[in-house]
Design a protein around this ligand. Structure first.
Ligand code: BGP
Length: 479
């Protein structure tokens, strides 16, 4: 007897810019991630002004799904995936973003991909923008700082909703829309919104103004989608890293509570349809001038989402007292008061491994919002070893996924959470977002390609491929 509903959406998650390649094929324009160089563990990626000839850009070719899509989808089908989460490359459809007519070759590519998925009974779950804003909108308009970009995004959404309304039921608007809350990492505001903070500007004020335009864009897209097909299920998508208090010291408890507001701000607006009082109070207290139009409140109220999608990788912990000056992006999740949690271990990239945190997150979110939940990213980035005989024994990844699936099953079966699906991140090896590396592998399918773009692109099944196939075949009973 399984603990999950029969129609539970077992799947895998990907993002156009991290696996498609074909960055400039068939009319596609450059996106904000196409100018990001490779970094490494602890070494940030750089954002170049334009595409530089000699520079290696890991997302340009990625793993070339663009030319391997039939082979890869056949492998996903062999695993028994019920759904596949990926994104539509915004700049494949509108190369510059401000055109009036879409790029037909881009639309045709996704018609072919969705047809191939549906041929194998795999449900597409589509992210409209997964850090893939056309570079032109960032450079010429200033990204979502500029209210005009709302119209360009809604136009893009309308075109793809209309084109794929018979092929795609599950959508989400912006991937990890809340990353930009972490204003000490310029990578997030750039990839979320195509925005950079200029000298002398208040980063948080810029972020909130940008976020307001993006939240209005998300709500308008949801309303437009429901007009086009009332059966659409359109979600928000946030990155969630729960923040634990370091001790039962009330100072630590309250500090964690205050930090959690940063985690709740975006889903509060997208799920409830209005600004939370703690945010409006912050604007007033800090003197942030966030310009909102008369009609925005009604737009937000009418454009609330059907489900909450979120990524879960790790938890983080905060301790009251003097904030650490150095906020190491990984160990303490980039939080000034972040400290290591003495009860849990971390991955090679410093991401704390905490399966119970997933159950805790599901309970906190479900209790707060009372709408269906969808875990659309979860995974373990690690270095894999290809044995002499070509086999890949990725036990650590299996253990990570097994322990997290066990917890989501408890959240459904013991806690009564309404969970519609689970799509582990990087079902096939792809380019890491934060470092641009291939060696930080998440996949259950290995791709022969290294950090410098060398390799045959050969696909091979890891031990986790067979393990996950059995998990799906037994609807989560056999872990
Ligand atoms: C999330 C992104 C994904 C993915 C994931 C893993 O923030 O939504 O795009 O990249 O992080 O992160 P990384 O690839 O840096 O290991």
């Amino acid at each position: 007897m399984t603990k999950l509903p029969d129609d539970f959406l077992w799947g895998g998650a990907l993002a156009a810019h991290q696996f498609e390649g074909g960055w400039n094929q068939d009319g596609k324009g450059p996106s904000v991630v196409d100018v990001m160089t490779a970094g490494a563990n602890g070494i940030p990626r750089k954002i170049t002004e334009t595409i530089e000839e000699e520079q290696f850009y890991p997302n340009h070719e990625a793993i070339d799904f663009y030319h391997h899509y039939k082979e890869d989808i056949a492998l996903f089908a062999e695993m028994g995936l019920k759904c596949l989460r990926t994104s539509i490359g915004w700049s494949r459809i509108f190369p510059k973003g401000d055109e009036t007519e879409p790029n037909e070759a881009g639309l045709k590519f996704y018609d072919d991909v969705f047809d191939e998925l549906l041929k194998h009974n795999i449900e597409p779950v589509i992210t409209l923008s997964h850090f893939e804003m056309p570079l032109h909108l960032a450079r010429e308009y200033g990204g979502f700082r500029n209210r005009k970009v709302i119209d360009f995004f809604v136009k893009f959404a309308e075109v793809v909703f209309e084109r794929y309304k018979q092929k795609v039921k599950y959508w989400m608007t912006f991937n990890e829309i809340n990353n930009q809350m972490e204003t000490n990492n310029p990578l997030f505001l750039w990839t979320n919104s195509g925005v950079t903070v200029e000298k002398g500007e208040n980063a948080k004020e810029v972020m909130y103004q940008t976020a307001h335009h993006e939240l209005v864009a998300s709500a308008l897209a949801v309303s437009k989608g429901k007009e086009i097909n009332p059966d659409f299920q359109i979600g928000a998508m946030v990155s969630h890293v729960p923040i634990y208090p370091y001790s039962s010291n009330p100072e630590d408890i309250m500090l964690a509570e205050i930090y959690m507001r940063d985690r709740y701000f975006f889903p509060d607006v997208q799920v409830r349809g209005y600004y939370p009082s703690y945010a409006l109070n912050e604007f007033k207290r800090e003197g942030y001038n966030v310009v909102m139009k008369e009609e925005d409140a009604e737009i937000l109220r009418n454009g609330t989402v059907d489900y909450l999608g979120f990524s879960y990788y790790m938890s983080t912990t905060v301790k009251s007292g003097d904030p650490k000056q150095e906020t190491a992006e990984t160990v303490n999740g980039g939080l000034p008061h972040g400290v290591e949690n003495p009860y849990i271990k971390a991955s090679d990239w410093g991401w704390a491994i905490d399966p119970i945190g997933l159950r805790y997150t599901l309970n906190r979110f479900y209790d707060r919002y009372q709408i269906p939940m969808f875990i659309v990213e979860n995974g373990f980035g690690a270095v894999d070893t290809v044995e002499e005989d070509g086999s890949i024994h990725d036990e650590e990844r299996i253990n990570y996924l097994r322990s997290h699936i066990d917890m989501l099953e408890k959240a459904v079966y013991e806690d009564g959470v309404d969970l519609i699906g689970y799509t582990p991140w990087g079902i096939i090896d792809i380019v890491s977002f934060t470092t641009g590396e291939m060696k930080k592998r998440y996949g259950m399918i290995h791709v022969d390609r290294d950090n410098q773009g060398n390799g045959t692109m050969k696909r091979s099944k890891k031990d986790s491929f067979y393990w996950y196939k059995q998990v799906i075949a037994t609807n989560g009973a056999d872990l």
